[in-house]
Design a protein around this ligand. Sequence first.
Ligand SMILES: Cc1cc2nc3c(=O)[nH]c(=O)nc-3n(C[C@H](O)[C@H](O)[C@H](O)COP(=O)(O)OP(=O)(O)OC[C@H]3O[C@@H](n4cnc5c(N)ncnc54)[C@H](O)[C@@H]3O)c2cc1C
Length: 412
Amino acid sequence: MVKQYDLGIIGGGPAGYTAALHAAAKGLSVVMFEKNKVGGVCLNSGCIPTKAILHSAEVYNEIKCAESLGIFVENSHVDFAKVIERKDRVVEKLRKALELSLKNSGVVIVNAAAELVGNNKISADKEIYYCDKVIVCTGSTPKELPNIRFDHEFVLSSDDVLNLKSLPKDIVIIGSGAIGTEWARIFASFGVEVSIVEFAQHLLPVADFDVSKRVERIFKTRKIKTYLCDCVEKIENKRVFLKSGAILEPECVLLAVGRKPNEVQKIDGVTYLGDVCGKIQLAHFAIKQAVKVIDGVDFDENLVPSVVYGNPEIAWIGAREQDLEEGSYEKSNLLISALGKSHCDDSTDGFIKILSRDGQIIGAHIVSKEAASLIQQITIAIQNKVSIDKLKEVCFAHPTYSEGIFESLFRL
Ligand SMILES: Cc1cc2nc3c(=O)[nH]c(=O)nc-3n(C[C@H](O)[C@H](O)[C@H](O)COP(=O)(O)OP(=O)(O)OC[C@H]3O[C@@H](n4cnc5c(N)ncnc54)[C@H](O)[C@@H]3O)c2cc1C
């Protein structure tokens, strides 16, 4: 029997499942091919599992500091196997919910590797599927370096660390992007000795310099050792040789130097979405791309918020100060310790930096508890070209971190 659908989607990650759900809601017949697990990297080995482990790490950290809050906890310790079990439960629960949602929407899921054999033809499981429209969103995989390869025992990928049986005593993390930075915080919170090696001049090199410098300060207080302007020349017999001459002997290494798009055949008439495009490798970017293609809702690709999770959160949107010409902008810088809520929460580390031009916000860089939510407020303002004067008319609740945004507006 000929298998015929309005839409065929290869890859069941955020780009794929969003396209599937939105297309099905519009009444299209949809088949989605997933060779591994529905939810893709984000749900199974990316955003969700890391944040679940991070939550355990943060709770442990808070318990360690709880005495100053008047809370006494005796004999607290980490059972890492249980941390991983809980992470697995979170992932499984969300995956089941997603599978159910796809099923209830009428999306046909084919659990097999699929291959594009024409702009309307997909081959999977020895069957041919004819689809009026085809979307390919097959994602990305962790990058290796020419001189450093994953062996999955000593040199680990971001997939491997999710399933460690126990915590190492110490670890070297290569790369201080979002993944390296989040894992440095997770491991450090669990009491692992962390060293992080970064090729660039600053940690988190994609961020505004002030953010990077603050992260460096925070890492210092957490006793995370940083090697900046440095790189790993070779790894031999579990010894990590840095260009600077330092030789590190950790229990394991996390290589976190980015992700490479999976290889795909480019065929005219086929739509490619998400990480596989090699543009912005974030789940919310993949989701917005899918919504644009299916629902025709456009978005500004220059206004995709970046968030690095942990305590405090780090988030930014729009222009970085180092990219602006001197004198072409105004800036405000508010310390989070100026906010009452930060003292209530014992979370005073951080700042809100806002950059503006001609009465409009053009960029914001936040290191603070709840930074991920704060940056969303600014994203909405920038995207809708809400002037600073208009924003000043908004009533911000007290005591909150959002008040920091309000306060900053009067300093521009
Ligand atoms: C450790 C880590 C943490 C992250 N944290 C965040 C975060 O906090 N926030 C954020 O926005 N982003 C985060 N990301 C990035 C995010 O996971 C990706 O941007 C997102 O998953 C990309 O979605 P996608 O749909 O393009 O691809 P993927 O999620 O990679 O999904 C692609 C799917 O296609 C399937 N596939 C591939 N080839 C075939 C084939 N031939 N046939 C059938 N199926 C196939 C794969 O099995 C996979 O399930 C993180 C990534 C990692 C690794």
